[in-house]
Write a protein that binds this ligand. Structure first.
Ligand SMILES: *Cc1c(COP(=O)(O)O)cnc(C)c1O
Length: 389
């Protein structure tokens, strides 16, 4: 593995995190125990939702969400091409049909006007739409939620980037404008559990269903059983589920990390502010953050100008060579070979494609020091000036 001095993102682990994992490791119960319950309780309290369930990853959370809304083969789901493949794959796990809605190039989020047009003009309406809070900035979620009432679809918000983000003072995950919200606790995200994910919702039925599907489809709830047997040894499998349990080791790390979420998000916002002021005079496009939003700044994505996109490769590689662990978020999903085989073509979602030809994620994470930031800015300035005039 390349050891970059400054990766685009990374975890921040301190002694309290380490001690909490050691404590759990020395305890009786390593899985399906009190740490899971406590992490879920703290998470729902933080975001302000009625329910929260943890899982092995955001990917499994997305899968469970699609199952919980009853996605079947004939159903259609829309998402954006500017996302990690997992957001799209979960639709295919259910053998449902997938289509995409292009992004607003300025924010990287779903273009609500395009969504409105597509909804009005499509014969088959989607059963669900999966939005993505790109880089940590919430989408225009209240508009999408309003559309969901008109056209009767579910809103699943992939907030893998957006724990700690706010829209109109509402924390992402409260599910004020979504049926389900998904979080990732992968090490590069706002907080980490190693691997892990979570779902929040205010819908009791969805919550109950996910709880069973996370546990092989097994229930011990008498009300749900065919045979009302309350013996200790008895359980029933009533659906086809999975083992998507987070372990208590991961959950206790999550509890400890969640205590610091505000601190993490504030630091990321401070770093973003520094970049905005230091990079504003370069011939590049800086992120557009809408006034109603507080981004969690999972990513800080700069974009070279369209007319310079033939310099992308050189600029990207030179930044890497100089020690910045830059990355591209994201290659457009519809152009992945697997999705092309389903019939998607270049040119169908031009803004997402242009985004993929111009976007560069530069380092942003809690442990960056002012000296690091100055170095990063110096490198970016010199590289951009070298290739773009
Ligand atoms: C990270 C990420 C995922 C997947 O998260 P895992 O926890 O690694 O499964 C899904 N969607 C988006 C937008 C992501 O950034």
């Amino acid at each position: 593995m390349n050891k970059f001095l400054l990766p685009y993102s990374r975890q921040s682990i301190s002694t309290d995190d380490i001690n909490s994992v050691i404590k759990t490791l020395k305890s009786e119960i390593l899985s399906r125990g009190s740490q899971i319950e406590k992490f879920e309780k703290n998470l729902k309290k933080y975001v302000g939702s009625k329910y929260a369930l943890t899982t092995t990853s955001a990917t499994s959370s997305l899968h469970l969400s699609c199952l919980a809304i009853g996605l079947k083969e004939r159903d259609l789901v829309w998402t954006v091409p500017n996302t990690f493949v997992a957001t799209a794959n979960c639709i295919l796990y259910c053998n449902s049909k997938i289509d995409f809605v292009d992004i607003d190039y300025n924010t990287g989020n779903i273009d609500v006007e395009k969504l409105k047009d597509k909804l009005a003009n499509s014969i088959q309406k989607p059963k669900a739409i999966i939005t993505v809070d790109f880089a940590g900035q919430p989408t225009d979620q209240e508009q999408i939620y309003k559309l969901s009432k008109k056209y009767r679809f579910y809103v699943i918000e992939d907030a893998s980037h957006a724990l700690g983000a706010k829209r109109k003072n509402e924390l992402v995950g409260s599910c004020k404008w979504s049926d389900l919200t998904i979080f990732s606790f992968h090490p590069v995200k706002t907080i980490t559990t190693g691997e892990g994910g979570a779902i929040t919702t205010n819908n009791k039925k969805i919550y109950d269903k996910i709880k069973i599907l996370r546990n092989h489809g097994i229930t011990k709830d008498l009300k749900k059983m065919k045979i009302k047997n309350n013996q200790k040894w008895y359980y029933e499998q009533i659906d086809l589920g999975y083992n998507y349990w987070m372990s208590d080791l991961n959950a206790c790390l999550g509890i400890s990390q969640l205590k610091k979420v505000e601190k993490f998000v504030q630091k990321r916002n401070k770093i973003a502010k520094f970049y905005f002021s230091e990079l504003k005079d370069l011939p590049i496009i800086l992120p557009e953050i809408k006034k109603v939003n507080r981004s969690s700044f999972h990513l800080f994505v700069i974009k070279i100008l369209k007319k310079n996109k033939n310099k992308y490769k050189e600029i990207f590689n030179e930044l890497l060579k100089k020690g910045l662990g830059v990355n591209l978020h994201y290659l457009a999903v519809h152009l992945q070979p697997y999705y092309k085989r389903l019939g998607f073509k270049k040119g169908s979602f031009p803004k997402s494609e242009l985004h993929a030809e111009t976007a560069i994620s530069i380092p942003i994470y809690y442990d960056l020091s002012l000296a690091d930031l100055k170095k990063i800015v110096r490198i970016i300035k010199s590289v951009i000036k070298k290739y773009v005039f």
